[in-house]
Design a protein around this ligand. Structure first.
Ligand code: FMN
Length: 271
């Protein structure tokens, strides 16, 4: 009979089982980087265009759901997943949404309409749920991760009732910033909105590339009445409508012209 101590000692040398049973510091997570096809990815990126007219053809349900799953794999600030994607399928809501999108053809002809919403009010709940994950995972996360989700996120993203703590935080970080690097925000509602919208926009790009990779197309729209969209979805003011994405099968005339990009040197700087 092998004693638990001996078993732990043996396991300590043989990898995963060891990770589960032995000292926390032994558990080291490793994920293979599978081979990828750069040219296939480039084709997806290069052939994604904003398509304004779609064929009268549905996108199979499983394709849409898979694309939504891929959208949620976008990187997210502090992994707080401050996004929501509303796939609008109810005909009355869809019609109202088309009108809220100013009846743009990209909305009116789309087989699918997805509203990407950034949330500035869900980070506390999500931080709590991530903490639960950390606690029940077999992998030992560094202690700093626990501290991050139980404390640091509060300091970083909580501006107190009515945002009253924001100016105090701003003064503090400005003072500390004089002597050492420190993240400067978000210290106001506006900065929190920017924070959430950044992450949500990344999910949007994932979604549009996913549609393209599946053979379909999309058009992002911010030409819409955000207030009306919020009302259609029954959302409050902490839900920031980031964009509406129309998707479907590209139709002749759906791409208005060749892609225009200004000179690369204007945008890419090597310093
Ligand atoms: C945030 C955002 C909002 C946009 N809103 C609209 C819109 O309301 N209507 C529209 O037809 N295109 C919209 N577009 C598409 C842009 O016009 C398009 O991306 C741009 O002209 C470049 O063309 P390309 O996407 O084919 O490369 C939007 C794009 C982005 C990123």
């Amino acid at each position: 009979m092998v004693s638990p101590t001996t078993r732990r000692a043996i396991c300590g040398r043989v990898g995963y089982a060891a990770a589960v049973q032995s000292k926390p510091s032994v558990k080291q997570y490793w994920e293979e980087a599978p081979p990828t096809d750069f040219e296939a990815f480039a084709t997806v990126v290069e052939s994604r265009r904003s398509v304004r007219r779609f064929a009268d053809e549905p996108i199979p349900d499983e394709v849409v759901e898979r694309c939504l799953d891929l959208a949620l794999l976008a990187p997210t600030s502090s992994n707080l997943q401050c996004w929501e994607l509303y796939r609008v399928v109810d005909p009355a809501k869809k019609q109202a949404l088309v009108e809220a999108c100013l009846s743009q053809p990209a909305a009116a002809t789309a087989a699918e309409l997805i509203v990407a919403v950034a949330r500035i009010d869900t980070w506390k709940r999500n931080a709590r749920d991530i903490l639960r994950h950390l606690e029940r995972d077999v992998w030992t996360w560094p202690k700093s991760m626990h501290a991050y989700y139980s404390l640091i996120t509060r300091i970083a993203y909580d501006n107190g009732p009515l945002g009253l703590l924001g100016p105090v935080k701003k003064a503090l970080v400005s003072a500390v910033g004089l002597v050492r690097p420190i993240p400067r925000g978000p210290t106001s509602r506006a900065e929190l909105v920017t924070w959430a919208v950044k992450t949500t926009a990344l999910a949007c790009e994932n979604l549009m590339l996913a549609f393209r990779a599946a053979g379909y197309d999309s058009c992002p729209m911010e030409g819409m009445d955000e207030e009306r969209v919020r009302r259609i979805l029954g959302l409050g003011r902490d839900a920031i409508v980031t964009m509406v994405i129309g998707a479907g099968r590209r139709r002749r005339g759906g791409v208005y012209g060749p892609r225009i990009r200004l000179p690369r040197e204007r945008f890419v700087k090597t310093v």
